[in-house]
Design a protein around this ligand. Sequence first.
Ligand SMILES: Nc1ncnc2c1ncn2[C@@H]1O[C@H](COP(=O)(O)OP(=O)(O)OP(=O)(O)O)[C@@H](O)[C@H]1O
Ligand SMILES: [Mg+2]
Length: 517
Amino acid sequence: MTIGSPHDQQVVLEARGITKRFPGVIANNNVSLRLHKGEVLALLGENGAGKSTLMNILYGLYHQDEGEILVNGTPMRASSPHESIQRGIGMVHQHFQLVPVMTVAENVMLGNEITRGGVFLDRRRAAHLIGEISRQYGLEVDPNALIADLPVGAQQRVEIIKALYRNADILILDEPTAVLTPQEADDLVQIMHTLVAQGKSIIFITHKLREVLEIADRIVVLRGGHVVGEALPATSSEANLAAMMVGRDVILRVDKAVAHPGATVLEVRNLRVRDDRGLLAVNGADLDVRAGEILGVAGVQGNGQTELVAAITGLRAKESGSVRVAGQDVSDATPRRISELGVAHIPEDRQREGLVTSYALTDNSVLELYYRQPFASGIIRDEAQVEAHCARLVQDFDVRTPSTHVPVSSLSGGNQQKLIVAREFSQPITLLIAAQPTRGIDVGSIEFVHSQIVKKRDEGVAVLVISAELDEVLALSDRIAVMYHGQIVATVRSGELTRDELGLLMAGAGKVAHEAF
Ligand SMILES: Nc1ncnc2c1ncn2[C@@H]1O[C@H](COP(=O)(O)OP(=O)(O)OP(=O)(O)O)[C@@H](O)[C@H]1O
Ligand SMILES: [Mg+2]
């Protein structure tokens, strides 16, 4: 797409010999990196490799212990976000920093108000400018919409507009596609193409290798805080990128034998659940999962999957209908009672539902179990037991941390997710509900988590997997249920339908056909 090699082009951002230490960890070890004008540079690496740390240093949120950052050949001085923004660097974090009760325009202007007469926000001028940015780069969004009403993909466009509004020429996107639907991710790829075509430069982090091959001009791989290699998409494959990241060959497929389903463990009947806005997000869903099988729910995000899981696990009230687990009616049961029936839950929002990030790993490793044997007798917690348990989880699931006593907030995103999975798999269970189980996890660890899910199945656990990644649903499931507009519109055996046929059902085509008869 570029004429000549990118190396002939102007270097807009350079990291020279960056080292950053945290207690017990060297997050970046003498890292050097160059970003050229008009290029998409993909940064790859295992969970905990140091990607986010490096980006936070470039954006001025962290200060490096050694090394320097140059923008257009001139060193940065203060290392503060203020200086980075002034020098034309913008960052979109994985957790958006928007105010939900404010409009798009208000959020974009926040902290950068255009004032007239020194007092009032000039909303009209700002709205006009937002409109121009949105047209120029294909960032479709209504400036007057409330953030709370927007889907995730649109919120992300607002974050990008916000950076461009502050005249960013260099954009740092930390795992922007982790929270997007496949369609939204495709849109973002288009937007990135438009941005670089107009002279912007982008550093882009992702764990999805297919995206890297599709969008990157150049790829840099980090491992253990070091740059371990550089690659070009034209001469790379998913397999060799995975091997470069992890340092060994990775099986990108799930190996599993034929399922031998037993008795029905989860039985959902005519379930109706309202979402936060009071709308019926689940509208008459029926579902069965049997012991020893994996049922995958395929669907475009926002078709009621989140509310379905919340209702089954007792986190959200049901409007009507019933849920039974192992023959027991749990329609009105509390999350604790449901968990005591042997139901494990990997929640989709790890920061809100899965962890208390200000607590240590040890506390988080027994979040729902702290009051039970062997972790407590009476009201006394057995610290040695908790400690041993946590150490085992960290070891078995390769959670990268300097110690089990640091707060979970100091773990990298993927390692937080691995800790939840480890905890939920550590108890004897009859039903596993896994929502986006590998979100933010690197390819090597995905392989491991998938094999653990299959192992649970083979031990007789009933498994319900909900994933925005159709590939993940296809790889894991013995049966696939397609969810559309709050209903299960089809349930098929794995392999019965092609990827495209499933895609049509997910888009509601099956329903239309059904109604036509
Ligand atoms: N604020 C912090 N305090 C202590 N340690 C930290 C902090 N931030 C990061 N670390 C450590 O630095 C290392 C690199 O973490 P970083 O978040 O940069 O990884 P990453 O490559 O972004 O991983 P992921 O793919 O999981 O997001 C990890 O070992 C992490 O535990
Ligand atoms: Mg990260």
